[in-house]
Design a binder for this molecule. Sequence first.
Ligand code: SF4
Length: 78
Amino acid sequence: MTYVITSPCIEEKAADCVTVCPVDCIKEGEDQYFIDPDVCISCGACEVSCPVSAIYYIDDVPDDQKAFIQKAIDFFKK
Ligand code: SF4
């Protein structure tokens, strides 16, 4: 399982999450940051660090943000 970064990150890109992640699995994309679902240990540190509340546990991602789950998977496939 993993955490997912959603739309408030777009254009915000505060990057506080990158600093707190203990396994360095948050990478910068063109318009937002992404969490590598294969590396994330679901510690939750990023969720509380995000100043715009963009990060959710995968099971808690709101319905209108679910596209960001696949967007992250696609980002790390490149
Ligand atoms: Fe990193 Fe923990 Fe956030 Fe996963 S939940 S991305 S391991 S800080």
